[in-house]
Write a protein that binds this ligand. Structure first.
Ligand SMILES: [Zn+2]
Length: 122
């Protein structure tokens, strides 16, 4: 499952940063996913929950920003959204398109506290 390996790498990154920053509990994670990645966002969330179990990220909220694809025509320089994955310029009909958006896949940021989970609610 591709979603699992993506989230596994992301989680490693989060835990690494959390450890380096002295974060005892991660509360919110923001990631950016381009739609051209073909990832199932619901599956990503499921994998996140599984991978977060028994780590400082357990119970953290996951915000996923899905980026709609866009391209730029090499012939006329027109920039346009690609709603249906058709790689053809709507302006001049050219087929030489550079993808400018929609392939993103990265951790944007995360929030955390230095208080351990056990101390919350006291
Ligand atoms: Zn064009």
């Amino acid at each position: 499952m591709h979603e699992f390996s993506v989230m596994d790498s992301l989680m490693r990154l989060i835990l690494e940063h959390a450890k380096a920053g002295g974060i005892a509990r991660v509360t919110r994670v923001r990631m950016v996913v381009g739609r051209l990645r073909g990832l199932d966002l619901r599956q990503l969330r499921g994998c996140f929950e599984i991978l977060a179990e028994d780590t400082v990220a357990e119970g953290a909220e996951l915000d996923i920003e899905a980026v709609a694809p866009a391209g730029c025509c090499r012939d006329c320089g027109e920039e346009f959204d690609i709603p249906d994955y058709t790689l053809r310029c709507p302006h001049c009909g050219g087929g030489q398109i550079d993808i400018t958006r929609g392939r993103e896949l990265h951790l944007a940021s995360f929030d955390g506290t230095r208080e351990p989970a056990a101390a919350a609610g006291q």
